[in-house]
Design a protein around this ligand. Structure first.
Ligand SMILES: *Cc1c(COP(=O)(O)O)cnc(C)c1O
Length: 440
């Protein structure tokens, strides 16, 4: 009889023990960081599981991960970023300074200063000055947020996070050993939060409030009034705001983008962004963290940030060296075109979703590249929850969506809409027939 794999393992172990190389004693597993084992879900893990379930007879349409580079041709000709990188690569083979290449830090400082100046809310507010020394270059926005949370972490502390949210904040908080408290983004209020809920969640151990604007996953672009309300809460609590603005400037359909740093005179702001979304090069891993602290109350935080930047690796020299060229040309035409196309993507998706009774959208996205859709499971035979919906949809129709439970929203799904119109229409068609087959 052919040996099973189990047999072959045990016979080879016996052989080894005859040679005195190993014993047959049961082995103890080597320990590891328990915090990592407690993290049961990650977006990438869930996506991998869903991708494996695709119907081989249909090409996959991904409304899952928000990677604009996949369809970058559709969004028009970008500036020749590649040329900038090629030029830079000739001169930058050495280690760079730990906080980033000075010319690149300067370019980011100028960029942020201009964005804030352009959106200045009230002429009476002091204009924000950001300089090179306020900017730290990071490996994507991801490292910027991980750095910020590690720097602010203290035993027994908690961070106020939006729900639905962005899963990396949860894992970064958990790894840093701080608690997560969730304030709700409310579909009935165009996904703005209830300021009194944020206040009621906070206590003396609260370390920061995270605000993602324009918002992933809801597509909201928060009003300056709402952002000011949050800044006032932070001021009263004497804590900073972590402003994730990776979709900064990506607004449409009547939405406007107001940078949180406009309110830095009320409470200090860590502005986080990257080249990944607006410039559509997520694989380049170039992000930044900007400390906006006109009151000068983050001196110790700044020291700690410099320390962690001295320890951690930064982005590749070649990409850093290309940053001034990439940011100096605002390339208005390209960005305006992207925004217009994103708006038409929303139109197409909304028209399609309207035909599907079991799916409900509360408000049209005015920013970012995502929308949250509620699933009425009572209308769909055999669908218990969002993961069920995502998995069976993939199995039958090869349409990939992100189940909301990974974002803290059971029975919702997040849809990425940054893809060509014909693909969006096809995705809607497939979702329509999927739901029709199960309609109660
Ligand atoms: C994509 C994304 C990030 C991560 O950006 P990278 O530059 O790819 O690391 C952070 N926050 C939000 C809200 C995002 O959507």
């Amino acid at each position: 009889m052919a040996p099973t794999s189990k047999d072959s393992i045990s016979s080879s172990m016996e052989e080894k023990s005859k040679n005195g190389m190993a014993t047959s004693k049961p082995r103890l597993l080597v320990g590891c960081n328990p915090l990592l084992l407690q993290m049961k879900t990650s977006i990438r893990g869930v996506m991998a599981e869903l991708k494996a379930a695709a119907n081989p007879a249909k090409s996959v349409i991904s409304l899952g991960t928000g990677d604009l580079a996949i369809h970058s041709d559709y969004f028009g000709k970008r500036r020749a970023f590649g040329d900038a990188v090629a030029a830079a690569s000739a001169h930058f083979d050495s280690y760079l300074p730990a906080f980033g290449l000075p010319s690149a830090r300067r370019a980011v400082a100028e960029y942020i200063t201009n964005v804030v100046r352009k959106c200045r809310i009230s002429r009476s507010d002091p204009p924000l000055k950001v300089t090179e020394s306020d900017v730290f270059l990071t490996v994507g926005a991801t490292q910027a947020l991980q750095t910020t949370l590690t720097v602010l972490a203290s035993a027994g502390g908690n961070v106020l996070l939006p729900r639905p949210g962005f899963a990396l904040y949860d894992s970064a908080c958990k790894l840093a050993g701080v608690g997560c408290r969730y304030y709700d983004l409310l579909p009935s209020r165009r996904w703005e939060a209830d300021p009194s809920q944020i206040r009621s969640l906070a206590d003396a151990n609260s370390l920061a409030i995270v605000v993602i604007n324009p918002n992933n996953p809801t597509g909201a672009a928060f009003s300056s009034h709402h952002l000011c309300q949050i800044a006032e809460i932070a001021r009263d609590l004497c804590i900073p705001i972590i402003a994730d603005e990776v979709y900064g400037g990506m607004v449409f359909g009547g939405g406007t983008f107001v940078p949180m740093a406009s309110f830095a005179h009320l409470a200090p702001v860590f502005t986080i962004s990257s080249l990944s979304k607006r410039w559509m090069v997520p694989g380049w891993r170039l992000g930044w963290l900007v400390i906006c602290d006109p009151q000068g109350i983050l001196q110790r935080v700044r020291e700690a940030t410099e320390m962690i930047m001295n320890i951690n690796p930064g982005p590749a020299s070649v990409i850093q060296a290309a940053v001034p060229a990439i940011l100096s040309d605002e390339n208005e035409e390209f960005h305006a075109n992207v925004v217009q196309l994103l708006e038409s993507c929303v139109d197409t998706l909304f028209k399609g979703l309207k035909q599907i009774e079991a799916l409900k959208c509360y408000s049209r996205p005015q920013g970012s590249i995502f929308v949250m859709v509620e699933i009425d499971t009572s209308r769909l035979l055999g669908i218990e929850n969002d993961m069920d919906f995502a998995k069976q949809l993939m199995k039958e129709e090869s349409v990939l969506v992100l189940p909301g439970f990974v974002l803290g929203c059971k029975n919702w799904v997040r849809l990425f809409f940054g893809l060509p119109n014909d693909l969006l229409m096809e995705a809607c068609k497939r979702m329509t027939s999927f739901c029709q087959r199960r309609m109660v």
